[in-house]
Design a protein around this ligand. Structure first.
Ligand code: PMP
Length: 358
């Protein structure tokens, strides 16, 4: 018996080795595992699966979009060797672009609001980016960091503004990679897909692919944090409210229909509004029950997948995105003082409070 077990263990370990190599940073983007979330699956009688995007080499789902927009510009002849990539971003897109630029030999210039943490600025600089913090003013103001990025790119020869919100090469990257991977990993048995949106690239790219492959059968839902207008837009049948309120989740929430979300928004079958209380509790729950150290947008997605599974009913398979790890946010998410300052200290059940060690 023991011998049989040993052989089985050895075989399963051996099978987990990959026999192929990949070509540098860019070759390592994508092909992330789909993680079965046991506790929530058992509670709902569904299969709830999280796409482990934190395993991308730059640490987030945005590595795919960063590679997609740069590759698209190369293919269209908009950038040549030695050129400069410019973007306005405070987060994962900048990190992904900085990596891709190093790997491909481009300069990288990142504009960001001067309210961002020193850690983010330091990381981007360590990755070789020229970081330009500018006053944090609203999008309508021409001095907003996005507009400054666009304007600066226009002053350079052989440079692009990657324009993550409205450049549809972003959604296309998910249409040709994330979507097909999910379809293959579930062998086409994917009844629901749900995630939150920042640019809308992930939801629209994956959603469009799954809708096409399933002949419209896969339900695509959008999950929205407080302070975003998309939940009310979808549930009201197209009424765009003014943006108000805020959320602890970073990288998601939107005040408009970006080009990346574009016409796909009409094909979205439903939307859920997820509170910060539920998201923060799920950050801790995933750590406690699954050993997964995920950021708040990923936790929001898991809450949403759980609620979607409850609505679809037992026997269904629901997939969501684990966008990045908690490492980039840990000084906040695991700080008792920070939780209190956000009024979230009561959101955690007593059994999970032990993880708030900072
Ligand atoms: N989660 C995190 C942590 C992000 O940085 C982003 C990108 N802004 C998203 C989710 C949303 O992805 P998308 O831009 O494809 O909508």
């Amino acid at each position: 018996m023991l011998a049989v077990l040993r052989t089985a263990t050895r075989r399963s370990m051996a099978m987990s080795f990959t026999t192929s190599t990949v070509d540098g940073f860019t070759g390592a983007v994508g092909n992330t595992p789909l993680i079965y979330l046991k506790g929530l699956s058992e509670r709902t009688g569904c299969k709830i699966l999280g796409k482990a995007e934190f395993q991308n080499p730059g640490g987030s789902v945005k590595d795919r979009a960063a590679l997609g927009v740069v590759t698209d510009a190369e293919q269209k002849g908009r950038i040549r060797p030695g050129g400069t990539v410019v973007e306005g971003t405070a987060g994962n897109t900048g990190i992904g672009l900085a990596h891709v630029c190093r790997a491909k030999g481009y300069n990288c210039v990142i504009y960001m609001p001067d309210t961002q943490s020193q850690e983010k600025i330091d990381l981007l600089r360590m990755l070789g980016a020229d970081v330009r913090p500018v006053p944090a003013v609203p999008y309508e103001n021409p001095k907003n960091y996005n507009h400054q990025a666009r304007d600066f790119a226009l002053t350079l020869e052989n440079a692009i503004w990657t324009d993550q919100f409205d450049n549809t090469a972003n959604a296309h990257a998910h249409y040709v990679s994330t979507g097909p991977e999910i379809w293959e990993q579930t062998q086409g048995k994917v009844d629901g897909f749900i995630c939150a949106t920042g640019t809308g690239g992930t939801l629209a790219g994956v959603g469009k692919y799954l809708k096409e492959k399933s002949g419209g059968k896969t339900k695509i839902w959008l999950a929205d944090p407080p302070g975003s207008v998309l939940y009310s837009y979808i549930s009201s049948g197209g009424k765009l409210n003014e943006r108000s309120g805020s959320s602890i989740t970073e990288g998601i929430g939107q005040g408009r229909i970006t080009n990346n979300l574009g016409t796909f928004v009409k094909d979205v079958d439903g939307a859920l509004h997820i509170t910060d209380e539920k998201s923060i509790a799920m950050v801790y729950e995933m750590l406690d029950s699954e050993g997964l150290y995920i950021g708040a947008s990923s936790a929001l997605n898991v809450v949403a997948a759980y609620e979607m599974a409850q609505t679809l009913g037992p026997g269904n398979t629901v997939v969501t995105i684990l966008c990045d790890g908690a490492y980039r946010y840990q000084s906040r998410l695991f700080s008792k003082k920070w939780l209190k300052s956000k009024g979230l200290d009561g959101a955690l059940p007593d059994r999970l409070k032990k993880y708030a060690v900072l």
